[in-house]
Ligand binder design. Sequence first.
Ligand SMILES: Nc1nc2c(ncn2[C@@H]2O[C@H](COP(=O)(O)OP(=O)(O)OP(=O)(O)O)[C@@H](O)[C@H]2O)c(=O)[nH]1
Ligand SMILES: [Mg+2]
Length: 298
Amino acid sequence: MTLDSPRCGIYAIVGRPNVGKSTLLNHLVGQKISITSRKPQTTRYKIHGIAQHGTTQLVFADSPGWQRQPQSKLHKLMNQQIDNALHEVDAVLHIIDVAGWHTDDGAIELMIKETARPSILIINKIDRLHTRDGLLPLIAKLESEHVYPDYFPVCALNGANIPGLLDLLAARAPQRPHLFAADDVTDRPERFMVAELIREKIARQLGDELPYATHVVIDTFVTRGGVVHIDATIWVEKPGQKAIVIGRQGQRIKQIGSSARLDIEKMLEQRVYLKTWVKVRGKWTEDPAALEIFETPE
Ligand SMILES: Nc1nc2c(ncn2[C@@H]2O[C@H](COP(=O)(O)OP(=O)(O)OP(=O)(O)O)[C@@H](O)[C@H]2O)c(=O)[nH]1
Ligand SMILES: [Mg+2]
């Protein structure tokens, strides 16, 4: 290999639910790839985000938040996504919240050790510290109790320290051909991204329990006369949930649809006509057909 050989690093982003993994992925890539919300378990499917750093390509695998006791088949599959993200990478980014180390982080640390991959402990949400003086004692404590080769504080929300993280990862990227084209930002198709953007609005606008009971399927995705026509079905498990998603006089579903449409138009850079339906299918979280989407495209 010469000095001019291409470099491409592959990294898994793992951590507990809600620590800011997807927000970090979006900031690393420089655009919205993975949906985010203040509710835990927003990310369901492994998704790759791709960044170009000079001539180096950086590929990040976002994953669902790790769950200690997954109950449904859906939740077990979510944990499996983390496991398979861990085994295909050059290094692992373990994200924790600046609030501190949680016992479940210990389980994640063990999973990382079993892969024998290098790792970086990323301390996110440093904007929540009242003063920066709080950071050094936290890092000192983490260093005394763990053996991560690197500890890296960031704010995924406002981007603090993210350029430094990108520099570090690019400097360590191994020499290998790029896996993706220079203008690719994700491995997932547009249909998947559209369904995810709708799911994000559901997560953001509905009560705490409901987002986990919903699943979005894109039934039609066609361009006619310069407008993208999309039909989407939001599947829920119970009739009561359907009423909540629709809302009084259809207000809630209208809001979900219009905010999703704005994001979809931004992503596709085209006008979008989005129609949504809400339908009931009991126990879809146990239904193999509904869970097929977990198969990551190769
Ligand atoms: N204050 C602050 N909030 C953040 C930061 N990073 C993420 N958040 C917020 O934390 C919440 C969770 O962020 P996500 O990126 O969805 O977290 P996640 O780890 O991907 O969550 P799951 O996919 O559910 O496991 C959202 O409300 C984010 O806006 C940060 O650096 N500072
Ligand atoms: Mg996420």
